[in-house]
Design a protein around this ligand. Structure first.
Ligand code: GCV
Length: 604
């Protein structure tokens, strides 16, 4: 079996009868590596996920022992610095799978579902255990197995499918990984009630009974995840109720069992008229949730995407993450490279998360969630190097101060037997891959130049006259959207210091300029370069770098099957980058009529 960064570790045993809990597994992992007597494991339940390593003793809670052992193993095998003690910043470190029970994966780029096929549970227990081991090795502790768009028969996961859910939970349990399920807000209707109104006593009783049955079968279920009133999903708005009413309904049902209700804040009008320039989709989440701050039960976590839109190449931090002082929050990022090359183009995310975490107040952030990039492909991730995103997310949701460079270096050392020079070369390309992608696929904070629906490849007018609220409004003279108070007013959702910084194009960082401002093509950027010239230059440079990256990556001695997978993807990325360059440059050239100052080829 393909083992990713665990390839140098021994196989898991076939018989798990003696490995029921994380501390058992901690002892087993250690015994494979070190003579049994050289390390002692001491359980100190109060430490929970945390651990201490001193001399030849690892002390930790039930799960802490397993994380402590993995810290030790990553140190020995991957050269990671060994902490004397450590505990995670966020109690919940979650992977959100968007897997459907028909076996498809929404926005999945690594094959079909690892859990489902043909409307049924269908998995290889050995692969599930391996996935759980990968999660444990980097401190991840929750996996939501089904799509937030809950299509039948997935509603049944909390009804007639409970025994199967329980069997899957058993596989994850020894690794300290708890299951979560996405549930449909209108579930009571499916079960014969006339309404799903959160204030209806019968509906409340129905959810309480359901939670009881669920926890009878899966006593350590982490909780429910809900996408409501979003992109056609049912929700409390149908009944004229608020999202606090909706979330609290489920939270109260889960509370007696210690369950958490994770409620996504991806709510916006997806039927906008492009002619309406006053409505700004970016404002929607803040407008819906900020007035509800303080009204949620204490086992509710509001899960907020990192930016106000939808995992675009560059977005500012969502103002909602900066403004909910009395509510627990989860940061949601996307490992699946929906808008960032779909696990064909190389796009290493740790530098992006560093920026996000740097700006994020930590006080009420209690969880980090990542939309999964997993699938049934042999290597789980499609692009072999996309595994580093899963790995890095684990390390950075344990410790958001973790260095992106160290996370990538550690992953390379664990995964490949490279010389220091080869490893450095790979690390350099991985760490610059995000900027390279940004150069050719969307710079200066310009969003939505992508092909609608598939979200792959350039199509600068594709979303422009559509109903999704996704516009760049490029014209003959100018491009971008004025989001200051003179425009849509989005900027006023930020705390004053940040709003001041973004408001003035002179102080707004260039990489977000067209997100916040509508500017003429002649506008001089910080280095004096006219905006239109920067658009051209970046696209030429991005395509050149993608070509160079292909040459250098394919010169590295990757083992098979990685070598072939990487070469195929790097060649496709080179073609993609050229296509983006030509389509976007021609688009702006036709609009503006401004020639490239350096006389390079732009198609008419
Ligand atoms: C799961 C975007 C994606 C959808 C996804 C949605 C979400 O709109 O394109 O596929 O649905 O985000 O995050 O809920």
């Amino acid at each position: 079996m393909y083992r990713n960064w665990l390839r140098k570790f021994p196989d898991l045993p076939a018989d798990f009868s003696a490995l029921e809990k994380p501390s058992d597994l901690a002892a087993w992992e250690l015994s494979q590596w070190l003579p049994a007597h050289s390390f002692t494991l001491v359980k100190e339940p109060d430490l929970g996920d945390g651990f201490r390593i001193s001399g030849s003793t690892v002390t930790g809670g039930e799960t802490g022992l397993l994380y402590g052992v993995w810290a030790l193993l990553r140190h020995m095998q991957g050269g990671a610095p060994l902490p004397a003690e450590s505990s995670p910043r966020y109690p919940l470190r979650m992977i959100n799978c968007w897997d459907n029970m028909d076996g498809s994966v929404e926005r999945g780029y690594a094959g079909r579902s690892l859990f489902f096929e043909g409307g049924e549970f269908a998995y290889d227990p050995a692969r599930i255990r391996h996935l759980a081991r990968m999660m444990a090795s980097v401190g991840l502790n929750v996996i939501c197995i089904n799509n937030v768009n809950v299509h039948e028969p997935a509603q049944g996961l909390i009804a007639e499918r409970l025994p199967e859910l329980s069997a899957l939970a058993d596989l994850f349990r020894p690794f300290g990984v708890r299951l979560m399920v996405s549930v449909d807000f209108s579930m009571p209707l499916r079960e014969g009630l006339p309404t799903a109104d959160p204030l209806d006593p019968d509906v409340q009783a129905w959810w309480r009974r359901t939670a009881e049955k669920v926890y009878d079968e899966v006593p350590d279920l982490a909780g429910f995840l809900v996408k409501a009133d979003s992109e056609g999903r049912p929700g409390p708005f149908t009944y004229g109720r608020s999202h606090a009413d909706g979330a609290n309904l489920l939270a109260r049902a889960l509370k007696p069992f210690g369950g958490t209700l994770v409620w996504r804040c991806f709510v916006y009008n997806c039927r906008q008229d492009w002619r309406d320039t006053a409505t700004d989709r970016g404002k929607a989440a803040f407008e819906t949730y900020q007035p509800l701050d303080g009204l949620f039960e204490d086992n509710v976590i509001l899960q907020v995407k990192n930016g106000p839109f939808d995992f675009q190449i560059r977005e500012p931090l969502s103002p909602l993450l900066l403004s909910m002082k009395k509510t627990s929050l989860a940061l949601e990022v996307q490992l699946a490279q929906e808008y960032t090359g779909q696990q064909i183009d190389l796009y290493t995310m740790a530098p992006l998360w560093r920026e996000i975490f740097e700006d994020l107040p930590q006080e009420n952030l209690s969880a980090a969630a990542a939309v999964s990039n997993l699938g049934r492909d042999e290597n789980y991730f499609g692009h072999p190097l996309a595994a580093a995103n899963f790995f890095g997310f684990g390390l950075m949701s344990w410790n958001p101060d973790f260095s992106p460079a160290e996370s990538v270096a550690q992953w390379i050392r664990l995964t490949y037997d490279f010389s220091a020079e080869q490893a450095d070369n790979l690390k350099r390309w991985m760490l610059s891959s995000r900027e390279i992608y940004e150069l050719y696929a969307g710079q200066l904070g310009l969003c939505w130049m992508i092909t609608p629906h598939t979200h792959y490849g350039p199509n600068p007018s594709g979303y422009e006259y559509d109903l999704w609220g996704t516009y760049h409004r490029a014209s003959r003279d100018a491009v971008g959207i004025d989001r200051t108070e003179k425009g849509t007013g989005y900027i006023s959702q930020y705390p004053p210091e940040l709003a001041d910084r973004y408001r003035d194009p002179e102080t707004c960082p260039d990489n977000l300029l067209l997100f916040f401002h509508r500017l003429p093509y002649s506008f001089a950027l910080k280095d004096g370069c006219p905006l239109i010239q920067r658009l051209y230059d970046d696209h030429f440079e991005g395509a050149e770098l993608a070509a160079r990256m292909e040459r250098e990556l394919t010169a590295l001695p990757f083992p098979e099957p990685d070598a072939g997978e990487i070469a195929r993807r790097a060649a496709k990325q080179r073609e993609n980058a050229q296509n983006w360059r030509d389509v976007i440059n021609t688009f702006f050239h036709r609009l503006s009529g401004v020639p490239d100052a350096r006389g390079r080829k732009i198609y008419d």
